[in-house]
Design a protein around this ligand. Structure first.
Ligand SMILES: Cc1cc2nc3c(=O)[nH]c(=O)nc-3n(C[C@H](O)[C@H](O)[C@H](O)COP(=O)(O)OP(=O)(O)OC[C@H]3O[C@@H](n4cnc5c(N)ncnc54)[C@H](O)[C@@H]3O)c2cc1C
Length: 431
């Protein structure tokens, strides 16, 4: 079977590897470079976290939206001008987290992709000769007090329900592990099964090379058109194939629309700042609860990443979002006080998380044809979720089984009355 995989971000490269191993003749088509700056996979927080089962949309979000529109320094911002174009997506996004039962359901679905993500990455990295890029040292959520932790009790209940394990640390224990953290963080939840990647770009590039070493072809080009017969137009040239996997992040939306699936996907733009030579290294990544950002020591330096900015697809970066990350970092690590963005010592980046309105990716065949298969919309968790996604995509492409238990990722959910509950209820009760 000939399969074209469109996109060489983390989802595309993991999918290509899985498909070649299953015996398919795979061609990867990528517009730029695997894991390059254009990809969300390039500059993310590098967390491989089974604890990322907490949806972004949680009960009460709607009350906060007006504040987000006014506050330019918070963790989430919406550009006024873009509001009309985003309103419908935003409404669906907010409704997706409107009740506890909804967020429980979403978190159970995410857990299917995330529960063994660190282990899957470690195995894949070893196979591809990239073990040096994956560290399984745990992840710390740091709080100024136990009360602040308790304020997020719903998030931790969801994690517990999904089998996430953590240790609760006091100020002394935190200090012994992360001495550079400000003393205001007196309570910590250390997720022992968490892992991280030391260089997501190098990892994605390495996995793309691994796919090629296993027999995949690589074409640098932009897919401008696909159709239900399996015709793929690359920079205007036609390639006919048996199956096409759309794994091109935010770019998947326009291609899915061409085959009849106008999906509710928008980009949640995120930012990072990397301090190239920080005075300290973190023993494991940290998420300070007040700054809402992932702090990760990578091979390139200390990466501060986060922020959600909702804006027009074509709008340029607003680098004030990176300054906010630096500002929070100075509150989190006193030795960074006074740091200002300086291109000699820092880099910064903006990337587009491909986010579905209901907080779950689309991993399914298209409605119109089994020839077109979707693997996009992973929002905040695509790095971690990619290996399991690839496994599911592979079984769909190879028609191994219909994967009834993954119907919650089907594109059909946006168009028909797919019985979502029926599939999720087959999952063991976790709580
Ligand atoms: C600031 C930030 C922090 C994050 N932190 C984390 C984290 O800590 N952990 C985590 O798990 N996730 C995190 N994420 C989310 C994660 O990065 C994404 O979910 C993931 O990278 C999506 O991968 P992808 O392969 O679907 O898309 P992408 O990485 O965007 O790759 C898509 C690729 O397709 C190519 N492409 C697009 N259109 C076409 C076309 N028409 N033809 C050919 N090629 C095309 C692009 O050039 C690109 O290379 C974060 C994201 C951001 C922005």
């Amino acid at each position: 079977m000939n399969v074209v995989v469109v996109g060489a971000g983390i989802v595309g490269v993991c999918t290509a590897i899985e498909l070649v191993k299953a015996g398919a003749k795979v061609t990867i088509v990528e517009a730029e470079s695997p894991g390059g700056e254009q990809a969300a996979s390039h500059g993310n927080g590098a967390w491989l976290s089974p604890a990322s089962v907490v949806p972004m949309s949680m009960p009460g979000l709607w009350k906060k939206v007006p504040g987000y529109l006014l506050d330019r320094s918070g963790p989430l911002t919406i550009r006024w001008k873009s509001l009309p174009g985003l309103a419908s997506w935003l409404l669906k996004f907010t409704l997706a987290g409107a009740s506890i039962s909804k967020v429980e359901r979403t978190s159970r679905a995410l857990n299917q992709l995330l529960r063994d993500a660190p282990h899957r990455h470690a195995r894949l990295a070893e196979e591809a000769g990239l073990s040096h890029l994956i560290r399984q040292d745990g992840l710390l959520y740091a709080y100024p007090s136990k009360e602040a932790f308790a304020d997020e009790s719903l998030s931790w209940k969801l994690r517990k329900m999904n089998g996430v394990r953590w240790q609760e640390w006091d100020a002394l224990k935190i200090k012994s592990k992360i001495p550079h953290l400000a003393p205001k963080y007196t309570f910590g939840a250390w997720v022992q099964d968490g892992a991280h990647c030391l260089n997501p770009e190098e990892y994605v590039r390495g996995l793309a090379n691994y796919a090629v070493s296993l027999g995949a072809d690589f074409i640098k080009g932009t897919v401008t058109k696909v159709d239900v017969k399996g015709n793929v137009h690359i920079n205007g040239e036609l390639l006919s194939t048996d199956k096409v996997v759309l794994a091109c992040g935010i770019g998947s939306r326009v291609l899915a629309k061409m085959v009849g699936d106008d999906v509710p996907m928008r980009s949640e733009r995120g930012y990072n700042v990397v301090i190239k030579k920080p005075e300290f290294e973190l023993a494991f990544p940290v998420m300070p609860s007040d700054g809402r950002m992932a702090n990760t020591s990578t091979n390139d330096g200390l990466r501060l990443s986060g922020q959600v900015e909702l804006a027009d697809e074509a709008a340029g970066p607003d680098w004030r979002r990176s300054d906010i990350l630096l500002h929070h970092a100075a509150q989190t690590y006193p030795s960074l006080i006074g740091e200002k963005y300086d291109p000699a010592t820092m880099t910064r980046w903006m990337g587009k998380r491909p986010s579905m309105s209901d907080g779950l990716p689309v991993i399914s065949r298209s409605r119109a044809s089994a020839r077109i298969v979707y693997a996009f919309g992973h929002g905040h968790v695509g790095l971690a979720a990619a290996p399991k996604t690839a496994e599911i995509v592979c079984s769909i492409v190879m028609d191994r089984n219909a994967h009834p238990s993954y119907r919650e990722f089907s594109v059909q959910r946006f168009f028909g009355n797919l019985n979502f509950n029926a599939s999720i209820e087959k999952e063991p009760k976790l709580g």
